[in-house]
Design a protein around this ligand. Structure first.
Ligand SMILES: Cc1ncc(COP(=O)(O)O)c(C=O)c1O
Length: 392
């Protein structure tokens, strides 16, 4: 068999990638669903920001240029135009700006779900005082069926705002089917891709998503304090956010206090001075991900999740994540009898996971290996009292 050159062997690629994350020198990191690990290029980005501040005092032109480079990089990752992307501080910040632009008159209903991250529920519930009628698609056990959305998306629905992958059990929604349903009933579809973006291809045009939000700090491997909102080109100018500011203006540096002139691009959803240190930290992270390619990352992550699920099933552990590959992403959850003690016991062995709702979250990324999966399974074998088992 011909030898595979090192650079094209996917396993070697993942290993080279992992070497850029010093945490793996003495830990097994399985918590990207909370925060991506810190890489050397991201550290260098932070240092470059500090250096620019030291040397030039206030190089705002360069700092704003860096933010534009970040916008371009993110847009490329999701197959959008840079003008369709707002760079914000958090997902909440982006959603609040969008929500402030809805009028809820002809179509008051906003549909979200039991599986959405709380901030999404909070933001839409806060819109009730402005006339929104918030309805939740109801989950059953560990799944959110399309019928749950079909039951609540009606002709009065303005927006279906839901998650791609659920933060508390790893269930993955079918985005194309949701887009079809929303559009058929005259609504728009907003996807919160915070728990998937960075681990699988995301083509907003092919998926027919109208709005997509995500943040940089998890699987995109950037820092806290940066998030993104894609808004389909044809929709942008229909929105006039009352949650606004000078960075939302057509000409930011016109310093025109007397007039409100929204930028024609998605920048109209931005507000004040950008989070420059976080921008410097995040750009190298997005470039690392683009260099590997989201399809390569997806294949790697799926292989690891399959391995973990098979190992957990063999041992009779209680799996809370659906096993069908189409219904899950990078996060796999196991039932625990005492999740915080389990987390501590794993941490004592150098294995870093996280918990939600009394269950263990194991999240997988391109920097993880089959060895990591086997190590956590072996560690769980040694903690039988803390893991829940499938009822016989
Ligand atoms: C799916 C999802 N959406 C939103 C958020 C939070 O968004 P932000 O803090 O940027 O507003 C999280 C954070 O864990 C999340 O997992």
């Amino acid at each position: 068999m011909p030898e595979v050159p090192a650079s094209t062997d996917p396993q070697n690629g993942a290993l080279a990638f992992r070497r850029q994350f010093p945490i793996f020198n003495d830990k097994i990191y399985l918590s990207s669903c909370s925060q991506g690990a810190l890489s050397l290029p991201v550290q260098a980005g932070i240092e470059e920001f500090v250096e620019s501040w030291h040397r030039f005092g206030n190089p705002w032109d360069a700092w704003v240029e860096r933010m534009e480079a970040l916008r371009v990089e993110f847009a490329r990752l999701i197959n959008a135009q840079p003008g369709e992307v707002a760079v914000t501080f958090s997902v909440s910040n982006a959603l609040n700006s969008l929500a402030s632009a809805l009028n809820y008159q002809d179509r008051p209903r906003v549909v979200t779900s039991d599986f959405d991250f709380p901030t999404v529920g909070h933001i839409w519930l806060a819109q009730q005082r402005r006339g929104a009628e918030v309805v939740f698609a109801r989950a059953e056990a560990h799944r959110l069926a399309m019928t749950a959305f079909e039951a609540v998306v009606d002709a009065r629905t303005a927006l279906v705002s839901t998650t791609h992958v659920c933060y508390r059990n790893g269930f993955k929604n079918n985005v194309s089917a949701l887009a079809e349903l929303a559009h058929e009933r005259g609504a728009q579809l907003l996807i919160d891709a915070y728990q998937s973006m960075g681990t699988q291809p995301m083509d907003v045009k092919a998926l027919d998503v109208d709005i997509l939000v995500t943040g940089a700090l998890k699987y995109l491997l950037g820092s806290p304090g940066v998030a993104f909102m894609y808004v389909r080109r044809e929709l942008i100018e229909r929105f006039e956010p009352s949650d606004s500011g000078w960075f939302a203006q057509e000409n930011v540096f016109a310093y025109d206090v007397h007039h409100l002139r929204y930028a024609p691009e998605a920048r109209r959803f931005e507000t004040g001075s950008p989070p420059v240190p976080n921008v410097y930290a995040t750009l190298p992270a997005l470039r690392m991900i683009a260099e590997v390619g989201l399809d390569t990352i997806e294949e790697h992550v799926r292989g690891l999740a399959d391995r973990f699920i098979a190992g957990a099933a063999d041992r009779g552990f209680e799996l809370l994540t659906p096993t069908a590959p189409a219904e899950r992403g990078p996060l796999v959850m196991l039932g625990a009898s005492d999740a915080s003690r389990l987390l501590e016991a794993l941490a004592r062995q150098g294995i870093l996971c996280s918990t939600r709702d009394g269950a263990l979250r194991v999240s997988l990324h391109y920097y993880n290996s089959a060895g990591d999966v086997d190590a956590v399974l072996t560690a769980l074998d040694g903690l039988p009292d803390l893991v829940s088992h499938q009822p016989h």
